[in-house]
Design a protein around this ligand. Structure first.
Ligand code: TMP
Ligand code: MG
Length: 308
């Protein structure tokens, strides 16, 4: 995997990330800072409004949620995030970055014939995934078809567990800008981060392991590979997770949400409409702030579903 630039020198990286982020509001208590006229929230909103591509349907509501979350403190917060194209970059230098599936597809663990077939599936189903004229009900059976066919092809490739680290290392996968601060800061404050992905858990874990952000506060719910005793892929474990059944996936993991029942404030990050259901298992929810990364051919409807 071509690591993000600042990953190559750990000591310098830390210093750089601290400098870059020194202005970000990270304290639990609201204090007036540099400008005595502005509260940290006002400074925060001024900062984020510099990014013209940020849409908030109801700025006051967002501020209300953030204020309420801040008042409750970091002990009441949990973060739930999608992986592909949410924690990872959609493009870099004008080139699309790979999803977990793409990392495998492009690796030498897969034959050229299988690569061709997986590409054909992508060409057929990806336009359906992002087609805003189709309803979730219309897309759902087609997404199941895509995932099922792709996983069947992968299982037939007799992929070796031992080759996964190399596939990730050789890939162009990239976490989003600011990932270091995001992962480290959540860990420093013991805030649980649930990564909920319809990608491939083994690949996802390898990406965050190789970027050194697989901290103890991170839990992953995803499609995990099942290897035989000689380390060869024989199936995928458990219920299939695709982009439109994250609600069911969340409800299957009630144990996780039960453990976190005192964390009633949720920050949810996603890039697909299906990601909006990732927090459906959260108990006694008080506040949820949903942030959507709008990557490709985005409809107004899609944007509205995330904005407050
Ligand atoms: P996510 O839930 O972490 O976003 O992962 C799902 C993404 O995986 C979804 O956007 C489509 C992508 N995908 C591929 O790139 N290739 C495939 O073969 C399949 C089944 C999914
Ligand atoms: Mg995604």
């Amino acid at each position: 995997m071509r690591k993000n630039k600042n990953k190559r020198q750990p000591a310098k990286r830390k210093a750089a990330s601290q400098t870059q982020n020194s202005k970000r509001p990270c304290s639990d208590s609201p204090k007036r800072t540099e400008n005595p006229q502005l509260t940290p929230f006002e400074i925060f909103f001024k900062e984020i409004e510099k990014f013209s591509k940020l849409h908030m349907k109801d700025r006051d509501r967002v501020q209300e949620i953030l204020q309420s979350m801040q008042k409750a403190g970091s002990k009441t917060l949990q973060v739930i995030s999608d992986f592909d194209m949410t924690l990872t970059r959609f493009e870099y230098n004008g080139k699309r970055c790979p999803t977990c599936h793409n990392i495998l597809e492009r690796s030498d663990a897969i034959s050229s014939d299988c690569k061709k077939k997986l590409q054909e599936l992508l060409d057929k189903y990806y336009p359906i995934e992002i087609d805003s004229t189709l309803s979730v009900e219309e897309k759902l059976p087609l997404m199941v078809e895509w995932w099922t066919k792709a996983h069947e092809l992968l299982v037939n490739q007799k992929i070796k567990k031992a080759g996964l680290a190399k596939a990730v290392k050789d890939s162009e996968a990239k976490l989003r800008d600011g990932y270091q601060y995001f992962f480290d800061h959540l860990n420093e404050h013991s805030i649980p981060l649930l990564i909920f992905s319809a990608g491939i858990g083994d690949i996802l874990e390898e990406v965050i392991r190789q970027t050194e952000v697989f901290h103890p506060n991170v839990k992953v719910i995803s499609n995990y590979m099942d290897f035989d005793e000689s380390g060869v892929l024989k199936a995928f474990k458990g219920e299939l997770i695709h982009i439109y059944n994250k609600k069911e996936g969340a409800l299957l993991n009630t144990g996780h949400f039960q453990e976190l029942r005192t964390r009633t404030n949720v920050l949810l990050l996603g890039d697909s409409l299906g990601d909006l259901n990732m927090a459906d298992g959260v108990q006694d929810m008080e506040n949820i702030l949903k942030i959507g990364f709008l990557n490709d051919k985005v409809s107004k409807k899609h944007a509205r579903s995330y904005a407050h």
